[in-house]
Design a protein. Structure first.
Length: 364
């Protein structure tokens, strides 16, 4: 080859290298731009579900269906290999929040950072309210819908146990694919641990003979007050009543005994009609809890406040607080105070209603 031909070939190869370098730089810039740019078209609350057997192409197709069109499959494959995610994408639900990049998404799928949802059992719920709330949790699989309470407890591994009060009020995290039965199992285990801890902390002279009795009394305390500092005081009051054989005379137990027949108005006939849950007609604790007590109510019953009070009644000012008394005479005076405030509030409501109606007519 002549020297002149060699120079031409060298120049040609140099041009090819420049072109290759330019193309490489362009592809690398495009790749890095794809990897770290936010996915377009996403709205808050969107998610991607990776099911068992889904390959990367299947996942990319799901993204396309969700409105995400950026990135060729080759780029997705290259990014997955770079992140060590190829063949290691985990099953689950992943957030597609605005600002999520392909790198963020593949890293989350590689590490199994799935969406965690919340279900809260509210203090004071009864079993009917708990099961109704579970039925409304759309993200959970519903395995208990067709089960009655007896079958439910059998499915939980506790056949023959009454379900009331057995699930600890708390917020439970779950992922897509979990069932309502999974949540109930965890809540049941949490209640058993909380009850055991409270039982270990109980005062030595407690009138309660078993952890189940503690659970029953804690459920009553839970329903009687939402004021944290009142719980030990009310627990002590009920414990003293039990010690002297005095009836608990607590409305929430009567209401629980009425079940779905309770219409929101507790009448005198309800207080005088005997049922296993009527603590106006029967001495001692009712046969089961009447609600789901929280950990604070359990601890209040374990360490009740000392004192001589045997009676309490609502203040009547809407605060949820109570007036306490040692004697029946003091209690009756407190009841009169409550009734006076109640009547005043009702009178104020009746006065306000016509005024509100008049303003409505004026606006019309």
């Amino acid at each position: 080859m002549s020297r002149k031909s060699g120079r031409r070939l060298g120049g040609f190869l140099f041009v090819l290298l420049l072109i290759a370098a330019g193309v490489g730089a362009y592809l690398w810039q495009r790749y890095t731009s794809f990897a770290d740019a936010p996915l377009a078209g996403l709205e808050a609350g969107e998610s991607l579900v990776v099911e068992r057997g889904d390959s990367l192409p299947a996942i990319v197709r799901k993204l396309r269906e969700a409105g995400v069109h950026q990135g060729d499959l080759v780029e997705w494959r290259a990014l997955a290999r770079q992140l060590g995610a190829a063949g290691k994408l985990q099953v689950g639900e992943y957030a597609l929040e605005p600002g999520t990049s392909p790198r963020d998404l593949l890293t989350a799928m590689r590490d199994g950072k799935v969406v965690r949802r919340r279900f809260t059992i509210v203090e004071g719920w009864n079993i009917r309210e708990l099961r109704a709330a579970l039925s409304r949790a759309e993200e959970l699989k519903h395995e208990t819908t067709s089960l009655d309470d007896v079958a439910l407890m059998k499915a939980l591994g506790h056949p023959g146990h009454h379900p009331e009060g057995r699930f600890l009020p708390e917020t439970y995290l779950f992922t897509r694919g979990d069932s309502d039965l999974d949540v109930l199992k965890r809540a049941h285990e949490a209640m058993e641990k909380a009850l055991a801890a409270a039982w270990e902390r109980r005062v030595p002279d407690s009138v309660l003979k078993t952890p189940d009795e503690m659970l029953v009394l804690a459920s009553i305390v839970e329903k009687e007050t939402g004021i944290a500092e009142e719980r030990p005081r009310i627990a002590g009051l009920f414990e003293r009543r039990l010690q002297i054989g005095m009836r608990l005379q607590t409305d929430p137990t009567v209401i629980y005994g009425l079940g779905t027949n309770y219409d929101g108005n507790l009448r005198k006939v309800h207080l005088t009609t005997d049922t296993p849950y009527n603590t106006y007609t029967r001495t001692g604790l009712p046969p089961t809890p009447i609600a789901m007590p929280g950990a604070d109510a359990l601890q209040a019953v374990a360490r009740p406040q000392r004192g001589e009070e045997l009676y309490f009644v609502a203040v009547g000012d809407g605060s949820g607080r109570h007036l306490f008394a040692r004697t029946l005479a003091e209690h009756e005076a407190n009841v009169q105070r409550y009734l006076q405030k109640y009547r005043q509030a009702r009178a104020a409501e009746r006065t306000a209603e016509p005024a509100a109606g008049a303003k409505t007519q004026e606006r019309q």
